[in-house]
Design a protein around this ligand. Structure first.
Ligand SMILES: [Zn+2]
Ligand SMILES: [Zn+2]
Length: 148
């Protein structure tokens, strides 16, 4: 059995293999930034964090890097109402929980399986490729605050 690390490989290189996507230092830095703090930052927030390691980078470049990473499937865009787009580098199938009090976005594991197995009944002939699960409510911290 191989080590866990070898089995997983570098998801970045795996996703990029054959996609024609070129990993530049800037894209790598933007991706690393998203991976290191998985709180679904907006592009502005990503810019602020990337700038610490790469002071010369511009907001336009960060937007461009994010676009490319989304395009090749390494990063997901998370949109909520008219809120700024947020970015998520968690590639596992998951849903998002939005706290209505503090505005944070949490990753929620989804049960694996097809929609029928999840209790959804689709009309005959429909086939699901992708599910977007968005939940709203109150996170544990805000819930605890409300009770005190
Ligand atoms: Zn909250
Ligand atoms: Zn997420």
């Amino acid at each position: 059995m191989k080590t866990e690390k070898a089995q997983r490989g570098n998801p970045l290189n795996r996703a990029l293999a054959g996609s024609g996507f070129r990993m530049t230092r800037q894209r790598q830095t933007v991706y690393d930034t998203l991976m290191s703090q998985r709180d679904h930052p907006t592009a502005d927030e990503v810019f602020g964090r990337v700038k610490k390691n790469m002071p010369s980078i511009s907001l336009a470049t960060v937007y461009n890097c994010l676009d490319k990473l989304v395009e090749c499937g390494l990063v997901r865009q998370v949109n909520r109402d008219r809120d700024s787009t947020r970015y998520c580098a968690n590639l596992r199938e998951h849903g998002h929980f939005y706290c209505r009090d503090c505005g944070t976005v949490h990753d929620i594991d989804l049960p694996s399986g097809r929609p029928a197995e999840l209790g959804l009944s689709l009309p005959p002939g429909f086939r699901v490729d992708h599910m977007d699960v968005n939940l709203r409510g109150v996170c544990p911290e805000c819930g605890a605050r409300g009770q005190s």
